[in-house]
Design a protein around this ligand. Structure first.
Ligand SMILES: [Zn+2]
Length: 390
């Protein structure tokens, strides 16, 4: 699309503080928000890893009182939100800041708690489409994975255990006010989680780059992120203690969220990935890794140029080759990277059987992210991508 035909609506991101030991800035940021007490929202794994204690130590040194809610589960539920919100009952909410410490699940839960604490009622009524009377408590996000970019948005994915459906809690006020990106906090992330979250970052950049709503602001970010991930993810995967690799991946994960929040959004790989996650609980990053190469091969028939540019960013392009050939090289590089970091598995080994494929195809076609894809696939085309990877 021509830039002169586009309208960009780029809202201000949170205040980002990036750097090794950036966590030391937490107390001053809490004070700037006019708060005196923190509710740390995290999971038991991060408590075992000592990260929650590290944050508590920084706060107690600055004489800021903190409470811990360590009940975040993967795919957080309504009950996680009410349990976290209950920790605040009887306290003066005007003094509280919510500190979200962890991966996407901690961020999602923290947004729900911050909204529920002020609004109360049923958690399903915190759905992003409902207008809420009260703003969320302020949130400071401290990601410990380099993947979701959730610190950059105001939504959280929550599961309703009664219906087994997922929904989005959200409100503009639930966007974190500050995100503290400290690469040292990602050092303990195990290789499989490093790989899955890293491939998610790459998928965000490639889908945003090829989106029918692509724009130059996002392109510049996406190309740098593609360059970073293809170079640094194998190193972070092979040796998680490499601080430079961790730093590059953490910044990439947050940068790419700046790109897609400009309106580019995700595409077909995420539509299939969401279907695989919803029906079979396949980890998001792994689901994307399996299909992304073939999604590129499918999309490049409509527009090879974004993928050819990605090939340049990956360092695998050749000026003597056509855009389509370079785009194919980008697809091969994605598959190769997924293989190197252990994320390329047959879908059959993850529970995809012939009777599930119809449901996956239907779910993928109904996913709103498909609107951003450069071409609208037919059911047969989606099926072909799934079957090829079984
Ligand atoms: Zn994703």
């Amino acid at each position: 699309m021509l830039l002169s035909d586009q309208t960009l609506n780029i809202t201000p991101p949170p205040h980002l503080i990036f750097g090794v030991n950036a966590i030391r800035h937490l107390p001053e940021q809490i004070k700037l928000l006019g708060r005196t007490r923190a509710l740390i929202v995290t999971d038991a794994g991060l408590v075992r890893a000592g990260l929650a204690q590290k944050v508590q130590a920084v706060l107690s040194e600055a004489k800021i009182e903190s409470l811990n809610f360590e009940g975040v589960q993967p795919n957080p539920t309504i009950d996680n939100i009410t349990a976290g919100s209950a920790c605040l009952s009887g306290l003066d909410l005007d003094q509280i800041v919510v500190v979200a410490l962890g991966g996407g699940s901690s961020m999602d839960t923290a947004k729900g708690i911050a909204l529920h604490a002020t609004n109360g009622g049923e958690v399903v009524n915190l759905d992003y489409r409902v207008s809420l009377p009260f703003p969320a408590l302020p949130i400071i996000a401290i990601p410990t994975t380099a993947g979701t970019g959730s610190e950059q948005n105001s939504y959280g994915v929550i599961t309703n255990p009664h219906t087994q459906r997922r929904f989005y809690v959200g409100n503009d006020s639930a966007q974190p006010k500050v995100a503290i990106l400290d690469p040292e906090l990602t050092i303990k992330l195990p290789p499989a989680a490093t790989a899955a979250t890293g491939m998610d970052v790459l998928s965000h950049a490639l889908e945003s780059l090829a989106s029918r709503n692509a724009n130059p602001y996002a392109d510049a970010i996406n190309l740098e992120v593609i360059h970073k991930v293809t170079h640094w993810l194998p190193l972070a995967y092979a040796d998680g203690t490499q601080l430079e690799a961790r730093a590059q991946m953490l910044l990439a994960s947050s940068m790419v969220a700046l790109a897609y929040r400009s309106g580019t959004g995700m595409g077909l790989a995420h539509a299939i990935g969401h279907a695989l996650g919803g029906r079979l609980n396949v980890a998001h990053g792994m689901a994307l890794s399996i299909v992304l190469g073939d999604v590129i091969r499918f999309n490049l028939a409509a527009n090879a140029l974004p993928y050819a540019r990605a090939a340049w960013a990956m360092g695998v392009a050749d000026p003597a080759r056509s855009a389509i050939e370079n785009a194919e090289a980008a697809a091969a590089t994605v598959d190769g990277l997924a293989q190197v970091v252990g994320m390329k598995r047959p879908l059959a080994s993850l529970g995809v059987t012939s009777d599930v494929i119809d449901l996956l195809v239907t779910d993928a076609l109904e996913d709103v992210v498909l609107y951003n894809n450069p071409i609208q696939p037919t059911a047969e085309q989606v099926r072909a991508i799934i079957v090829k990877n079984c």
